[in-house]
Design a protein around this ligand. Sequence first.
Ligand SMILES: Cc1cc2nc3c(=O)[nH]c(=O)nc-3n(C[C@H](O)[C@H](O)[C@H](O)COP(=O)(O)O)c2cc1C
Length: 179
Amino acid sequence: MNFDQLFKQISLEEIPDDVFTLAGKVFPVITAGKEEHYNSMTGSGGGMGLLFKKPVTWCVLRTDRYTLELILKEQTYTMSYFPDEYKKQVLFLGSKSGRDSEKMKEVELTSVQTPFGNMSFKEAGLIIECKLTQITAANPDDFYSQEAKDYLNEAYKDANDYRKYVFGEITRVWVKKNE
Ligand SMILES: Cc1cc2nc3c(=O)[nH]c(=O)nc-3n(C[C@H](O)[C@H](O)[C@H](O)COP(=O)(O)O)c2cc1C
C-alpha cells in the first residue's frame, strides 16, 4: 500500500495523544534524509507548542547524532510515533548510530516516503513532518537547577559539545487510516 492508502492528513488540534504521552512514553522516532539515504534515531522528552506564532516540535539532541547531521543537511525531518507493538523497533533505532552501522537495513520496519519527500515508516501511527527553524546551543550557565547543569555537562564529556535544542515548524500531520 502506498502512503495515501495508509495515512490521512489531520489538523494540529486532531493529534490523538497528549504531548506527555508522546514525548515520554511512546517516544518519537526522528528521521531525516531522502529515500536513497535516510537515518532514524529514538528521542525522548521535547514536545510541541507555538514558537513565534508557528506550531513547532522541539527535541534535545546530542551533537554527535548522525540524524542531526542529516536534519541540518536536508532541513526537513519527521517525528514518527508507533503503536506499542513496535516498541522493540523504536528502541533498536536508539541503540546504535547509523553513522557506523547498518541499522536502517536491519530494523524491522518498512520505510515510506511522504508525498512531500520526507521519510517515515508504514508501521507508524502518527507522523509529524517538520521544517527546521532553529537550533539553539545549550549553555549550562543559563540553567538554574543542578540537575539540568549535570545533564548538559554529561553530554559534553562524550560529544565535546552541549546538547542542541532543535525546533521544527510542523508542516503536516498524518495518522494511520483505520484498517
Ligand atoms: C528511549 C530512548 C530515548 C532517547 N532519547 C534521546 C534524545 O532525546 N536525544 C538524543 O540525542 N539521543 C537520544 N537517545 C539516543 C539515540 O537515539 C541514540 O544515540 C541513537 O543511536 C542515535 O542514532 P544516530 O547517531 O543514528 O542518529 C535515546 C535513546 C533511547 C533508546
